[in-house]
Design a binder for this molecule. Structure first.
Ligand code: APR
Ligand code: PHB
Length: 408
């Protein structure tokens, strides 16, 4: 087995792993990124698309925001639709001018891969048999296969950025982590369609047939979702049925939902999950490897990038000056924001989805909450956890921003 050496071995080239690699390389720290899939695969995977203000700032600050600034669509509000009416939540007005940017996670991944490859720093796709060793010792190692060769990467630190199904969290000895989760009896059937978006802003619709979301990717690409069962069989959803259902759930007098060719469709289950702590020895977890949220709050990508910002700061401090305060408090600092986002995502999910056989009492509660959120400025101001401080700062606090009342 051939042995190699790096300072930070990063497992996973999703947004978390790629941004972490970039932040560390900029500070002169050696990293190696290992990714299970091919470049073509990760660059084609359709994921979320809402980038919060602070994350836009972070990507720009580190030179990864040029295309986002050019092609991203800036939104200043969203719409909540219920009881046959749409109500606008003016996010910008409620947050002193902050905006969200619609730009696919896939595009962020492409931008970060390009930056990485241009910099010459190592990023290996299509690795296999990845395993972690000696995590509780000073020099952990990652063993893997690449191009038919067996390799060992000896590191100072391993960053587990390999998503919810990765091997990093699973390599922590049983019993060490506390895990918290909730499964929802819903899934989202999502489509990407070659048609101009039918609305300028996102529409979150509460409807008796189930939740629907109108989103977009560009002036010519619409992204739409329908609440379905978590194990929904896509074969039961020919394109005509999808459009028919979207038409019913998003319908509004005097407004038309434009239809077009469906380019991609898929079903995702919905789950909340957090593990604590986000560290074991010299293994640090970031992003979906440590926590996931249901997509309703559009928080997953933003949380993942926030984690790696804190992790990068902490590792620069540790590897550069031997200071351990940052890495020692990394998990607690992340988890505060994570739990706020968990709460927000759960709250949005339970307010907007219609369970099968919903009790009339619960429906009244949903409607009362929706009316409250859309009528009260206080209620519409909440946690859209954002970032505001420069990369190397002593502490990054949670920053409340907006969108709906996370149940205060
Ligand atoms: N070895 C190497 N790479 C792996 C392994 C492994 N054993 N297992 C998984 N991976 C890779 C996956 O192929 C993927 O490219 O790790 C990457 C993890 O990326 P993401 O799942 O995108 O997770 P993260 O970077 O934390 O980003 C979180 O992704 O799922 C969305 O909603 C979520 O927007 C959020 C974002
Ligand atoms: C998306 O465009 O993919 C999207 C938008 C808002 C959400 C979730 C997903 O809440």
């Amino acid at each position: 087995m051939r042995s190699e050496r790096t300072q930070v071995g990063i497992v996973g080239a999703g947004p978390a792993g790629l941004l972490l690699g970039h932040l560390l390389q900029r500070e002169g720290i050696d990293t190696m990124i290992l990714e299970l899939r091919s470049r073509a695969y990760v660059e084609a995977r359709i994921r979320a698309g809402v980038v919060e203000h602070g994350v836009v700032g972070l990507l720009e600050e580190v030179g990864a925001g040029e295309r986002l600034r050019r092609e991203g669509l800036v939104h200043r509000g969203i719409e909540l639709q219920f009881a046959g009416e749409r109500h606008r939540i003016p996010l910008s007005d409620l947050t002193g001018g902050k905006t969200i940017v619609i730009y696919g996670q896939t595009e962020i991944v492409k931008d970060l891969i390009r930056l990485r490859l241009d910099s010459g720093a190592p990023l290996r796709f299509e690795v296999s048999d990845v395993s972690l060793h000696g995590l509780d010792r000073e020099r952990p190692a990652i063993r893997y296969r690449h191009g038919g060769e067996e390799l060992e990467l000896v590191c100072d630190v391993v960053a587990g950025c390999d998503g919810f199904h990765g091997i990093s969290r699973a390599s922590i000895p049983p019993g060490f982590l506390s895990e918290f989760s909730r499964e929802y009896p819903y899934g989202w059937l999502g489509i990407l369609a070659a048609v101009a978006p039918s609305n300028d802003e996102l529409v979150y619709a509460h409807h008796e047939r189930g939740f629907a979301l109108l989103s977009l990717r560009s002036p010519t690409l619409s992204r739409l979702y329908l609440q379905c069962r978590p194990d929904e069989d896509l074969a039961r959803w020919p394109d005509e049925r999808i459009w028919e259902e979207l038409q019913l759930r998003l319908a509004l007098p005097g407004w038309t939902l434009r239809e077009g060719p469906i380019l991609e469709k898929g079903v995702t289950g919905m789950r909340s999950y957090v593990c604590e702590p986000m560290r074991y020895g010299m293994l640090f977890l970031a992003g979906d490897a440590a926590h996931i949220v249901p997509p309703t709050g559009a928080k997953g990508l933003n949380l993942a990038l926030h984690d790696v910002r804190l992790l990068a700061e902490s590792l620069v401090d540790f590897l550069g000056s031997g200071r351990t305060s940052g890495i020692d408090s990394y998990s607690d600092r992340c988890l505060r924001r994570v739990w706020r986002a968990e709460h927000f995502s759960w709250w949005m999910t339970q307010m907007l989805h219609r369970p099968e056989n919903q009790e009339p009492f619960d429906l009244r509660l949903q409607l009362a909450q929706l009316r409250y959120v859309t009528s009260s400025e206080a209620a519409a101001t909440v946690a859209r956890g954002e970032l505001r401080r420069p990369l190397v700062s002593p502490a990054v606090e949670e920053e409340p921003t907006t969108l709906g009342c996370a149940g205060r």
